[in-house]
Design a protein around this ligand. Structure first.
Ligand SMILES: Cc1cc2nc3c(=O)[nH]c(=O)nc-3n(C[C@H](O)[C@H](O)[C@H](O)COP(=O)(O)OP(=O)(O)OC[C@H]3O[C@@H](n4cnc5c(N)ncnc54)[C@H](O)[C@@H]3O)c2cc1C
Length: 359
């Protein structure tokens, strides 16, 4: 997304990736393109005030809209589908969801509150309530990545397979040292290294964790109404969506006790079982057979917001780190904000998403 955004504005771009692009966390992503942020608007309002919280939500809404229109403008074949999202009450949180819905309306955000009865009759889901929101989407994240890279390369970008091991930013240019001894000299560097942050970025607001997902066998006859994107109103939530071949993808079970890939993989059988049970509780009609189970690094920030902007103490080095359940939405936002910044613009969002902010 960053390469596409920068090449669209006429910048000359070199992409460095030590692996095949799309094989990082993007390959593990369940790719629900939500504009609703992992932290409710009410919680962000308590932390930062209404104006700033509403600005973050509005930016996130515009990012999903921008990403959808980008895929349509360039006819990107990534199975993108417009979706509603259903933000479900957990236990008796219906009242706080109603208040959240009213606050969102005050911020000019779309969506309606469904009480227990209307939720049950429209979606056949028995919870205390939900917020139903338009303008979300889902997509194939790897195809999206590869197509955006193709577009960028078509505009002159080049891709180098290399490990970036050193960054020197004191001079007029940034020097990126690669393993093997080569160096790349650039006017600016944007770090989009997913959950593997180089040592020069030291946020205090970010927390490493792991997340799991399952995909059931295809069961198009058993899906919940309207193929909505479903997620729960709690910090460690479960979420689910369907795929174009009728599977249910269901995820969550975040766990910060297993960060290394081997430790994470060892938990797969137990996490798969917990996800299967949670899916069964949410949607009893679902078939039980799980075809795939996988996990990935899934860092979060305390406030649910991304890390976007100048890397403190590093001249002309910028970060594009979208975390949590909005990683893809925030990546698009980062790509647009940083390309605008490097073309002479600015935005108050750089303060909201500052790498060195404290929550
Ligand atoms: C299980 C799971 C479910 C998720 N679900 C959702 C969801 O539903 N919706 C959503 O919006 N987001 C979701 N996310 C988050 C989202 O997928 C990520 O935020 C997003 O894919 C990150 O993309 P990225 O390109 O920044 O990072 P990555 O895809 O991880 O790519 C980073 C790249 O940087 C390269 N790299 C790293 N360090 C170096 C270096 N030193 N030198 C050279 N190359 C380097 C890596 O090789 C990699 O290719 C999910 C993530 C996971 C794991």
């Amino acid at each position: 997304m960053v390469a596409e955004s920068f090449t669209r504005r006429g910048h000359e771009v070199v992409i460095i990736d030590r692996e095949t692009p799309g094989h990082g966390s993007t390959g593990a992503s369940t790719a629900m393109l939500l504009w609703e942020i992992d932290r409710p608007l009410s919680e962000l309002t308590q932390a930062y005030g209404f104006e700033r919280a509403a600005r973050c939500y509005t930016a996130s809404l515009r990012a999903v809209q921008g990403l959808i229109s980008l895929t349509r403008r360039y006819r990107i074949p990534c199975h993108i589908r417009d979706r509603h999202s259903l933000y479900l009450a957990v236990a008796d949180s219906g009242k706080s969801l109603r208040e959240e819905s009213e606050l969102r309306t005050r911020a000019g955000l779309p969506g309606v509150f469904l009480d227990h009865v209307s939720l049950l009759s429209r979606f056949e889901i028995a919870r205390a309530g939900a917020i139903l929101s338009p303008l979300a989407a889902d997509a194939d994240p790897v195809e999206l990545t590869h197509e955006l890279l193709k577009i960028s390369v078509g505009r002159g970008a080049s891709i180098r397979q290399a490990n970036a091991t050193a960054f020197e930013s004191a001079g007029a240019k940034v020097i990126v040292g690669l393993d093997g001894g080569h160096e790349i000299e650039a006017n600016r560097v944007v770090l989009c290294t997913g959950y593997v942050m180089p040592g020069i970025v030291r946020p205090t607001i970010q927390r490493p964790t792991s997340s799991w997902a399952i995909a059931t066998e295809p069961q198009p006859q058993n899906l919940w109404p309207e193929d909505a994107l479903i997620w729960e109103a709690s910090h460690d939530y479960h979420y689910g969506r369907s795929t174009s071949d009728g599977r249910i993808i269901f995820g969550g079970e975040d766990d910060d006790s297993a960060i290394e890939p081997q430790a994470r993989d060892a938990l797969n059988p137990a996490k798969q079982e917990r996800l299967r049970q949670a899916l069964r509780a949410l949607w009893p009609r679902s078939l039980d057979k799980v075809d795939y189970c996988w996990s990935g690094a899934f860092d979060t920030t305390k406030d649910g917001l991304p890390l976007i902007g100048a890397v403190p103490g590093q001249k002309n080095i910028f970060a594009a780190y979208g975390y949590g359940g909005n990683g893809i939405t925030f990546s698009y936002l980062a790509a647009e904000l940083l390309a605008t910044l490097c073309s002479g613009g600015n935005s108050p969002l750089f303060d909201d998403f500052a790498i060195d902010r404290t929550a």
